[in-house]
Ligand binder design. Sequence first.
Ligand code: SF4
Length: 403
Amino acid sequence: MSYHDNRTAWFEGQGLWQHIPESDWRDWTWQLKNRLTSVAELERYMTLTPEEKAGCLFANHKLSLAITPYFFNLIDREDPNCPIRKQVIPRAGEMQVSAEEQLDSLGEDAHSPVPGLVHRYPDRVLFLVTDRCASYCRYCTRSRLVSNAQDYNFHPEYEQGLRYIEAHPEVRDVLLSGGDPLLLSDRKLEHLISRLRAIPHVEFIRIGSRIPVFLPQRITPELCEVFKKHGPIWMSIHVNHPKEATAELKQACDRLSFAGVPLGNQSVLLKGVNDDAEVMKALVHRLLRMRVRPYYLYQMDLITGGSHFKVDVRKGIEIIQALRGHTTGYAIPQYVIDAPGGGGKVPINPDYLEKITDEEVVFRNFEGRRFTYPLKSTPVPSPAGAPSAEPVSEPVALPAIRP
Ligand code: SF4
């Protein structure tokens, strides 16, 4: 795969939906009502490969098919290997289940004291507030519950969840996720956030959302007002490929930033999508230009039917190595494996360290050159005639600073 990013171009416009009034196009409810959700709807606009067709027909048993018109426009309909296409159009690979894969690969259900709330770490909880998303990612970690295609029967209990948090003073950090919390109405979201804000021990509220990427029209001034009023609300968005960084996403990120929402990005390392250093570099550079700090690069979780997306961990390390020292430090995400079964996120880093003893640390830099950092201080004897370390008797006047 070789990738060349046109750094000055930001995709924008209505693409295939030129005939729609702009006011409809910019209306997030119009985008949701007009999602492509069936083989027949997809085939109005593109020719599916046999592999895709089989995947689409199977989708309703695993994770529904849904793509907003906005996101569908980003697909290269002539290229079966298009990285956007792979993320949202099901393929036959989803039917193949490997022995190591699990429905609940992170063991969330075992740590759920009330429906819709996961309390695994002492000081923070994951609050799953909906099972719906604007479009469905074919590698979704929560495909067991998201879209309700499987027999999971997900019913988050907001009141029970809020009471649980109120009753646990050790919880200082609440992550609203799902599904996508930004699909809730402004009113419902404001109710949830203000209730959380009123809990004295909740210090940190954050939202995990792919809405800015699938449905940037949802980031309305009214929604931003909710964040402004109850801020700071932190947000992790989810961009995997530089083609997703459109003018609309950039504007949505601007609106969020100006409302005081600090933005980070979580990408999932996906075969044929972003398992390439040039793709990743183009992505992280675009993110910075959108005021979004690359936060995590995830090794894909071991979800059922996900093996066709799986990338060798050595490739992930190679990508991080290609970034470290070769671009802005702010641009480099932390590569992590979320430990199967629920061990938490574990950082996976290139190995720069060669040796560490009581005397020294030996390591290599990004160019592969070896350096030594001494750990012991060795005093140097003062040479004869060298000035003593006594303080200067008269203060030295500094030059005036001119305005
Ligand atoms: S937006 Fe998030 S929760 Fe929804 S399908 Fe994609 S990865 Fe899953």
